[in-house]
Design a protein around this ligand. Structure first.
Ligand code: NOJ
Length: 578
């Protein structure tokens, strides 16, 4: 039972993608003063923690996830003084700053000669030679952004490992100097006033030191997914416990990004309350339901039965094993949730966004809201071709996979473009839509760094804040409910009901005398629901907490209720008051 309370279990996090949030100086790139100018907006939403994707000095090969100086701010974002003011501004409004800590890899510095003192901070291996005497990488691992995970260095006749872009060499965590440097970075920023970290792919820091070939799962590619050799590797707990000690000293927040590991029993070893490691982790099972890894951008529909299985397994497991869930449906690496999991059609869009807010926001765990999710923002327009995209993962895929292997196949290209418009990381990176002014009020300059979505005149913050029917106010209401019924929503149990139903996702949360029913319709159709017997007293005697459409829920004589397309509601029964 999660009897251990913690402030971060009672919090909600809002994620800001700095380059796309708000531009204060007209250069087309969002910046820290822009964020500061919108702190009241965040306060109105009711979030507690604000996580900024990386703002440190970087050549921006991967939008700041390639850090070149951990003690300097990327100039287009602002200055150290701006950061101080941001922290002050947040704290003054009862919010805290969460920093993105990218320490599995850095930007590609310090790898020019074998004498370089930093050479052993990275992972170098000699080449292998095949039977024809041709030089080959040390193993067959694939990089997340296409091709071999190893890059050859002519000058030293060795390869270095990069699990992401060529310009993002992996750090060698076996080297104690690397670990000490990471600890110093953490202390520096905690001393400055950050309240914790989101840790980028932190489950990749300990690699199997024999660097074996990965089993062949994709016979069409020379490069194979080696995740089992570098995710949650041999020394992960030792390394995380070192970080945990620092976090504990400062009572800091932490969430670790942990892709490729689908077993909550593995993850809870990193996030169990008494493990002394991290507070919670981003697991990827929901995100991967429609993403056939390792091949990106192939059509795959998620299934309701799988969604129920995944959500329920994590909800129950963490509750029973004193772990904690990080709840998310969106971030800067994902397509917009209304397009992936609900319906972006005009007549359903607001209902969809509110339905997903209900579904996610009332689960057990710490909810993460990604900028624009609170407005129901959507993916890029259908008219977008590849030339409009900026993300290197998407562009590399297009170059290496499509142009190399399907250059003549326009049908395949069109299919891929459709998937890119659904799942590319750029979908969540379009400028935030503030108002119906030019460029959605994001910039006063002549051109934002990436195109503005064409729906901004209707879908923007100015139209929603203060409007009781808006997605924004609905999210604010969900977050208020989490505070008002803290025991129930932070510490209550979870139970899936009506598991076989392929249209509706229904679950109960319970704590003491309180039981809440959360019902969500993921489809565009009206659904007749045979009310399970344990739900009848809740519907009959409970009080409505939230609803996304005003609708009669009385049970008809045949024991059913009608659930409207994309409908969502939550009802609370307090047994002691019945
Ligand atoms: C995960 C981050 O969220 C993503 O944006 C980045 O490209 C990779 N890690 C590499 O840092």
């Amino acid at each position: 039972m999660p009897e251990n309370t913690a402030w971060w279990k009672e919090s909600t996090v809002y994620q800001i993608y700095p380059s796309s949030f708000k531009d204060s100086n007209g250069d087309g790139i969002g910046d820290i003063p822009g964020i500061i100018s919108e702190l009241d907006y965040l306060q109105k939403l009711g979030v507690d923690l604000v996580w900024l994707s990386p703002i440190l000095q970087s050549p921006q090969v991967d939008m700041g996830y390639d850090v070149s100086d951990y003690y300097a701010i990327h100039p287009p974002y602002g200055t150290m003084e701006d950061v101080d003011n941001l922290i002050k501004g947040l704290n003054a409004r009862g919010m805290k700053y969460i920093m993105d800590l990218v320490v599995n890899h850095t930007s590609d510095q310090s790898r020019s000669s074998k004498e370089n003192p930093y050479r052993d901070w990275y992972i170098w291996k000699p080449p292998r030679y095949d039977e024809h005497g041709n030089r080959q990488p040390p193993n067959n691992w694939i990089a997340a952004f296409e091709g071999s995970a190893w890059e050859y260095d002519e000058a030293t006749d060795e390869y270095y490992l990069h699990l992401f872009a060529v310009e993002q060499p992996d750090l060698n965590w076996e080297n104690p100097k690397v670990r000490a440097a990471v600890h110093d970075i953490m202390r520096y920023w905690l001393d400055k006033g950050v309240s914790g970290f989101r840790m980028d792919v932190i489950n990749m820091i300990s690699k199997d030191q024999s660097f074996p070939d990965a089993p062949i799962t994709n016979p069409n590619s020379p490069w194979q997914h080696g995740a089992q050799f570098y995710c949650n590797g041999p020394r992960i707990h030792e390394f995380l416990q070192d970080l945990g000690k620092i976090l504990k000293e400062y009572d800091a927040f932490s969430v670790g990004e942990m892709p490729n590991v689908y077993d909550p029993a593995e993850i809870v070893k990193c996030v169990g309350f008494d493990r002394g490691e991290l507070a919670m982790a981003f697991q990827f099972e929901i995100m991967d339901l429609d993403q056939p890894a390792p091949t990106k951008f192939l059509p795959k529909k998620w299934e309701m039965s799988a969604l129920k299985e995944v959500v329920s397994r994590w909800q129950t497991f963490m509750y029973e094993n004193d772990g904690w869930n990080a709840l998310y449906l969106e971030n800067h690496d994902q397509g917009r949730s209304i397009c992936r999991f609900a319906s972006p059609k005009p007549e359903f869009r607001a209902y969809s966004a509110k339905m997903l807010a209900t579904f996610l926001g009332l689960q057990s765990g710490t909810p993460f809201v990604y900028q624009g999710q609170e407005l129901g923002l959507a993916n890029v327009p259908d008219s977008w071709g590849i030339d409009k995209f900026r993300d290197l993962e998407t562009l590399n895929y297009w170059k290496d996979e499509i142009l190399q292997h399907h250059a003549q196949d326009t049908e395949y290209q069109e299919m891929t473009m459709k998937e890119i418009r659904l799942k590319s990381r750029d979908n969540g990176r379009l400028p935030m839509q503030w108002n119906k002014e030019k460029f959605a009020g994001f910039t006063t300059g002549t051109e934002p760094w990436i195109g503005v979505n064409e729906d901004y005149e209707e879908w923007n913050a100015a139209a929603q804040v203060g409007n009781p029917d808006s997605v924004f106010e609905y999210w604010a209401q969900i977050l208020r409910l989490r505070k008002k019924y803290k025991n129930l929503f932070a510490y209550g149990s979870y139970k899936l009901i009506d598991e076989p139903n392929q249209d509706l996702f229904a679950y109960l949360r319970a704590y003491g005398d309180q039981t809440a029913l959360i019902l969500t319709n993921f489809t565009e159709k009206e659904v007749g629901w045979t009310v399970p017997s344990e739900v009848v007293p809740i519907l009959k005697g409970g009080t409505l907490l939230v609803e996304n459409r005003n609708h009669d829920r009385s049970i008809s004589s045949d024991g059913t209720i009608t659930v409207q397309p994309l409908e969502a509601f939550a009802v609370l029964l307090n047994k002691s008051s019945v």
